[in-house]
Ligand binder design. Structure first.
Ligand code: OXD
Ligand code: MN
Length: 597
C-alpha cells in the first residue's frame, strides 16, 4: 500500500481483475534486484554468468516467439482513427479496453503482481514524468530497475501528489493450481496487444515480456504517450541520441541525432573521436525530451537511466565504450553462452569459439548454419557504467541543444553532410529521412528506401502529418539564432562496387568538427539546390587515407538521382494524407531549385 489513494485504488482494481497470488511493491534497491535475479536463476529462467569474467551479470533467454517489438500488434487507441493517422494501427478505445479486460481477467493467477513506481527523467527535473507499471514479470522489474529511476523515491513523489501514468503489463500466462511455470511465459502472437490511450494517458500491454513491448517506460511512455503530451504542451519527445562534444579549444556543443534502427545510433552516442583533442561524452543513446528554456533555447534530457542496446555487432572496434559498460552488472537477453560461462555474439572481440550454447539453449558448433546469438539479442546496463557518460547527463535543467542530426543508411544520393537552409527546411529533411532496407531486415524490399520521419515512424503517438506540423510549430516559438541548426548526415554512401566511401565510426568526428565550425560561423558553406554542403578544404581529413575523388563523390549532388528522389518523396508524402502545406512548399521549392540548377 502507498499513501496515494489514487494509486492504491488502481492497484486494487487491477488485482481484483487479474487475481495474482501476491502483490509486491518495488523499492528499487540493489538487494531487491539481486533477490529477483536469484529467484529467476532458481526457477530456471536466468543463468548467472561467470563472476570472474562478467561479474554480477545474468543471461535470460526468451521464448522464440517473443524476441522483438511487435509493430503489427501495437495500437494507438485514440478516439478517432484519423487522430492515430495512416502509419499507426488503430482501435476504438472502448473496444480495445473490452478485449483487454477479458484477456487480463485472472491472467496473473499463480504469479506475483509487482508495483513499479518509476520516473522518466531525473527525479527532480521539471521535465520528468512519473508513472507506475504493474507487471507479473520479474524480468521486467529487473530491467525497469536499470532503465528507469524506479522505486521509493518515485513513489514518494507520487504520494506527494505528482501525477502518474498508469502502465499495465501482463505476460498473459496464468498458472493453474500446481502447474509448473516455464522459463519465459508469454501469450501467442494473436493475443499480444501493446496498446496506448493518448487521450487518457494510459498504456496497457498484454502477452509479451520483451523489450519495448514490456518495459513500458521506453517506447510506450517516453515516445508514444510522450509525443502526444509533448504536442499538447509545446515540447518534443524524440527518438534521438544526445551527445556532448568538446573541441580542442574547450568549447562545448550538445547534439541530438535521429537515426532509424541499424544505422549506428548507439555507436555515435558513444563515439571515440579520431580527431586529436576532441572529447565526446554520452548524455543519451535512444530518447531525447526537449523543452524550451526561458532563454528561448531547446534543452534536452535523456528520460532513461540505462541502455537497452543491440549486442550483435558490438565490439571494441565498433563501440569500445559499450563494451566497457557491459563488462559487469549487466543483464543480457538472447545472446549465446560460452563454455566458460561468458556471453558471445556476432562480431564480439576474439575468435569464434568452437562450441557455444545458442540463445535458445541448444548446442552450437563452429560452422553450424544458424547464428548462435539472436540478431536482436540485447544488453541492459546502467548509463552510469558507461566510461563516456557525461558528468552532467542527469542535469535536471537538461542540456542546451546546438544541432540536430537526421541520418539514415543511404548508398547513394544523400551527401555525407548537408546543413538545412532554415528550420522549415530542416524539418523537411527530417520528414523525408529514409534508410535503405538491408538483407537483414525484409528480403523482398532490399535496396528500397523506407521513409522513417525523424526515426519516429513506429513511435509517434498520433497522426504523423500532425507530428510534422508540430515540428514546424516548435520552430515558430523561437528565433533562428536560438533554435538548433538541423543537418542531414549519411555515413553509408557506397561506390559503384558497393564499398563504403566513408570510414565512419570515430572518423565521423570529422563531420562533427565541420558542423561545430558552421555553428560558430567559422566556415562558409557551398549553397546547392539541396542545402548547404561543406567545401572539401574545410573538412579536417588529416590522417585519412582516402582515394582521389572520394570526397567529391560523398558530396556530389546527382541531378538524375535527385529527380528520382523527388518522385519517391512525393509518393511518401501522399501516403501521409495530412502533410503540412509548409512541407509541400519545401518540396516544390526543392524541385524548382533542382530544375534551375
Ligand atoms: C530500440 C528500437 O530498441 O528503436 O531502441 O527498437
Ligand atoms: Mn530506439
Amino acid at each position: 500500500m502507498s499513501k496515494s489513494e489514487a494509486l492504491n485504488k488502481w492497484v486494487e482494481e487491477i488485482a481484483q481483475l487479474t487475481t495474482p497470488d501476491a502483490i509486491y511493491w518495488c523499492d528499487g534497491s540493489l538487494e531487491e534486484r539481486e533477490r529477483l535475479i536469484d529467484e529467476a536463476v532458481r526457477k530456471g529462467s536466468a543463468i548467472r554468468l561467470n563472476s570472474e569474467l562478467r561479474p554480477s551479470s545474468v543471461l535470460f533467454r526468451s521464448d522464440p516467439s517473443d524476441v522483438a517489438r511487435v509493430e503489427d500488434r501495437t495500437f494507438i487507441c485514440s478516439k478517432t482513427q484519423e487522430e492515430a493517422g495512416p502509419t499507426n494501427n488503430w482501435m476504438d478505445p472502448q473496444e480495445m479496453k473490452a478485449i483487454l479486460r477479458d484477456l487480463f481477467k485472472g491472467s496473473m493467477k499463480g504469479r506475483t503482481m509487482y508495483v513499479i513506481p518509476f520516473c522518466m527523467g531525473p527525479i527532480d527535473s521539471p521535465m520528468s514524468i512519473f508513472a507506475v507499471q504493474l507487471t507479473d514479470s520479474p524480468y521486467v522489474v529487473i530491467n525497469m530497475g536499470i532503465m528507469t529511476r524506479m522505486g521509493t523515491e518515485a513513489l514518494r513523489k507520487i504520494e506527494e501528489g505528482a501525477e502518474f501514468v498508469p502502465c499495465l503489463h501482463g505476460v498473459g500466462y496464468p498458472l493453474e493450481e500446481g502447474q509448473q511455470d516455464i522459463p519465459w511465459p508469454c501469450a501467442p502472437m494473436e493475443k499480444k496487444y501493446i496498446s496506448h490511450f493518448p487521450e487518457t494517458r494510459e498504456i496497457i500491454s498484454f502477452g509479451s515480456g520483451y523489450g519495448g513491448n514490456a518495459l513500458l517506460g521506453k517506447k510506450c511512455l517516453a515516445l508514444r504517450i510522450g509525443s502526444s503530451i509533448a504536442r499538447e504542451k509545446g515540447w518534443l519527445a524524440e527518438h534521438m541520441l544526445i551527445l556532448k562534444l568538446t573541441n580542442p579549444q574547450g568549447e562545448v556543443f550538445y547534439i541530438c541525432g535521429a537515426f532509424p534502427s541499424a544505422t549506428g545510433k548507439t555507436n555515435l552516442a558513444m563515439i571515440q573521436p579520431s580527431l586529436p583533442g576532441w572529447k565526446a561524452e554520452t548524455v543519451g543513446d535512444d530518447i531525447a525530451w526537449m523543452h524550451f528554456g526561458e532563454d528561448g533555447r531547446l534543452y534536452a534530457i535523456n528520460p532513461e537511466s540505462g541502455f537497452f542496446g543491440v549486442a550483435s555487432g558490438t565490439s571494441t572496434a565498433s563501440n569500445p565504450n559499450a563494451m566497457a559498460s557491459v563488462s559487469h552488472d549487466t543483464v543480457f537477453t538472447n545472446v549465446a553462452l560460452t563454455d566458460e560461462g561468458d556471453v558471445w555474439w556476432e562480431d564480439i572481440d576474439g575468435p569464434v569459439p568452437e562450441h557455444l550454447i545458442d540463445w535458445q539453449g541448444n548446442d552450437w558448433h563452429k560452422g553450424d548454419a544458424w547464428k548462435p546469438a539472436h540478431p536482436n539479442g540485447r544488453f541492459t546496463v546502467a548509463a552510469g557504467q558507461c566510461p563516456s557518460i557525461a558528468d552532467n547527463w542527469e542535469d535536471p535543467k537538461g542540456v542546451p541543444i546546438d544541432a540536430i542530426l537526421v541520418g539514415g543508411r543511404r548508398p547513394s544520393t544523400i551527401p555525407l553532410v548537408n546543413e538545412s537552409f532554415d528550420w522549415d527546411h530542416g524539418v523537411f529533411l527530417g520528414s523525408v529521412l529514409g534508410s535503405e532496407v538491408t538483407a537483414a531486415v525484409i528480403s523482398d524490399k532490399i535496396g528500397q528506401v523506407r521513409r522513417d520521419p525523424f526515426a519516429m515512424l513506429p513511435f509517434s503517438g498520433y497522426n504523423i502529418g500532425d507530428y510534422l506540423a508540430h515540428w514546424l510549430e516548435i520552430g515558430d516559438k523561437s528565433s533562428r539564432e536560438k533554435l538548433p541548426k538541423i543537418f542531414s548526415v549519411n555515413w553509408f554512401r557506397r561506390d559503384k562496387d558497393k564499398n563504403f566511401l566513408w570510414p565512419g565510426f570515430g572518423d565521423n568526428s570529422r563531420v562533427l568538427d565541420w558542423i561545430t565550425r558552421r555553428l560558430k560561423g567559422e566556415v562558409e558553406a557551398v549553397e546547392t539546390p539541396i542545402g548547404l554542403l561543406p567545401k572539401i578544404e574545410d573538412l579536417n581529413l588529416e590522417g585519412l587515407d582516402l582515394r582521389e575523388g572520394v570526397m567529391e563523390e560523398l558530396l556530389e549532388v546527382d541531378k538524375e538521382a535527385w529527380k528520382q528522389e523527388l518522385a519517391s518523396i512525393r509518393n511518401h508524402y501522399e501516403g501521409y494524407e495530412r502533410i503540412p502545406r509548409r512541407l509541400m512548399d519545401q518540396l516544390d521549392a526543392l524541385e524548382n531549385r533542382l530544375n534551375e540548377a
